[in-house]
Design a protein around this ligand. Sequence first.
Ligand code: ADP
Length: 597
Amino acid sequence: MGIRSKLIAFAVGIAILAALVFDGYVLKTLGAELSAHTEDDLATRTALVTEIAARSGDLAAEAPALATALSKIAGARVTFIDPQGAVRGDSSVAPEGLGQLDTHATRDEVADARHLGTGRSERVSKTTRMRMLYAAQRLDRPDGPWVVRVAFEPVAIYRSLSAARTRVVEGTLLALALAVAAALAGARALSGRLVYLTGVAREMRADLGRRARMQGHDEIATLGGALDDLAESLEVSRRELGGEGERFGAVLESMREGVLVTDEKGDITLVNPALSQLLGIRRDPVGRPPLEVLRSSSLHELLEEVALARAAATREIEIAPAAPGVAGPPGRRILLVNAAPLALPAQSRGAAGVVAVFFDVTELRRIEGLQRNFIANASHELRTPVASIRASSETLLGGALDDPEAARDFVEVIERNATRLHRLVDDLLDLSRIEGGERPLSPGTLDLSVQAEAAVALLRGRAMERGTDVKIDVAPGTLVAADPRALDQILTNLVDNAIHHTPNGSHVVVRARAANGRVVLEVEDDGPGIPAVHQARVFDRFYRVDPGRSRASGGTGLGLSIAKHLVEAMSGDITVTTGAAGGALFRITLPTGAQKK
Ligand code: ADP
């Protein structure tokens, strides 16, 4: 039932109740007043008739005529009753019919008048068969107490009462109609504002900026004001929360570390872009279990452990590379995972959600491995010449010194190994200086043909010893931006390698060409070349294709590594392939030098 129907029902109820109360009270009072007035009037007429009758000399004889005459004057039925109770005159009965009337002494009003002087009553007359109002008065005569009775038909009262009742009913109906109309109008005004407020509240769901802005000071206006206040504070909170969320989102977005959050059920609720990228997650992971997304049982165990124990834990996990075409990291990844339970109310039980932060330590672990490897390699490289020097010096001290022939051989071994040690230590120092940035390079514009000639000139003697032909095919004026000492070291190393790692009588060519702002420098030989499987690794420290041969020829296994570092420090790059003649073809690109004006 709507508020409108309720209001109408209420108003109609009130109107009906008011009508009933009014009807009952007014009609009753009105009826009582009317009869009191009529009875007084009748008593007055009776007294008058009695007074006139008292003057009659022979009432018994004159009664019929007197009754008729006085009835006309009094405007009522007049009856004379003798002391015996017989009717001796009656304005409503012809004189001949009087004898047939029964005794009237027992009529209430007559009996009362005889005893008390006056009497009254209201009843249906046996004589006239009409409802009558009677008033009687005793009239003492010499022959005994007579009774004069005046009767009156109270039609007027009933008529007045019935007219009044009709008025009251009409009034009630009118009041009802007015009440319904008033209730309708009131309800419409009231429910219209309520409907408006409901609409505003609904619109606020979509637009918190919406306001009711009700006029007035009644309860509904107050409700509207309260609704506006509520929306206002909601809007403020939402703005604050939104800002908070945005900041939080921005932090997550910009973090280089991966972040994963799970709920109490252990399903993922958040993965930041860094983690998606790190692990090659393509499908939306939210709502899925971590094991399905990351395929790492140790991560799964860690998350479960933290969720149940509600204590933070750290673990290093390894994620295998994904198969081609499948989502996942492109290479094997080593991740350091810090997992902590999400704060929970103290009294709650069961597992907690977990927030895990992932650090990609793949590169760190790789560098650590390289370092370990390098130290092992360096020690190994150093041990051989040191052992030779120790063995030779012990032999010398053990007596070989006395044999000048043998002593010379041992001292030569010592000298050769000391030179090798010296070169190794030099190269290692060089490498560590370049890597540590302690050897700053200052690239200037150099003429590559001049640089190549100078580097090769120093090696010509050794080349001639092996019958190797070294040719330079660099156009004079080929300008390159490079540090002169570094460029010399690179060229020397490449040409020296080409002489050393090829059979006697081989051919070596150094050539260069400029293209697209770069200078391409090539050193090619027609020796055995470097098998493709080794090509990528010959630039690693101590890496040799044939370790025995390299050492025998005095190589340290560091030359190409130093060359690569130097080239890269001058914004260039170096690669090796197999040349057309099957030999090694080293190709270096460097920026061109600025043209001299
Ligand atoms: P090394 O001191 O042994 O020359 P490098 O770093 O200069 O050390 O070279 C690494 C390895 O690359 C060599 O041991 C050799 O096996 C191979 N290599 C370098 N240059 C050539 C070349 N021109 N022809 C064949 N093999 C080569």
